[in-house]
Unconditional design. Structure first.
Length: 143
């Protein structure tokens, strides 16, 4: 029997640097709305949503490791505006990233994992000094 650690009790400090941007339809004064990914973890933890919690940790682990190492010059990467999907816990670039970057005005992020776009928010990574932290993803080689 293996005991699986979902990490709900241990949230990397870096998560708090990734802010959840409210959608136009969200009430910014809603206290239940997580303001950053650390709070998102707590929400998933409190609602016993281990699946979302695991997904968030996996995706953030990948992002933080790419940010820590820097691009190796060999792996093809994508940089853009990240999002979180509240239905599946996905954190990363949306599947409509190109549309999001090129269209003026608001377009909801489409989750790359479950393809929903009605339960997503954009994420903005910000260092304590205010500088932006980009979302970088290694492009998966799709055959
Ligand atoms: Zn999703």
């Amino acid at each position: 029997m293996s005991s699986k650690v979902t990490g709900g009790a241990q949230i990397p400090a870096a998560y708090a640097s990734f802010h959840v941007l409210p959608n136009a339809s969200d009430d910014p004064s809603d206290e239940r709305m997580p303001k950053n990914l650390a709070q998102a973890c707590l929400l998933f933890h409190q609602t016993n949503n281990d699946k979302c919690l695991d997904r968030l940790h996996e995706d953030m682990g990948r992002l933080l490791s790419i940010l820590a190492k820097g691009p190796d010059g060999k792996t093809k990467i994508s940089i853009g505006k990240g999002c979180i999907c509240w239905s599946c816990g996905f954190v990363g670039l949306p599947s409509n990233a190109q549309e999001v970057e090129t269209t003026s005005g608001f377009i909801a992020a489409t989750c790359k994992l479950c393809s929903l776009n009605d339960d997503t928010n954009f994420i903005e990574g910000r260092q304590p000094d205010g500088s932006a932290i980009p979302f970088i993803e290694a492009d998966l080689a799709l055959a």
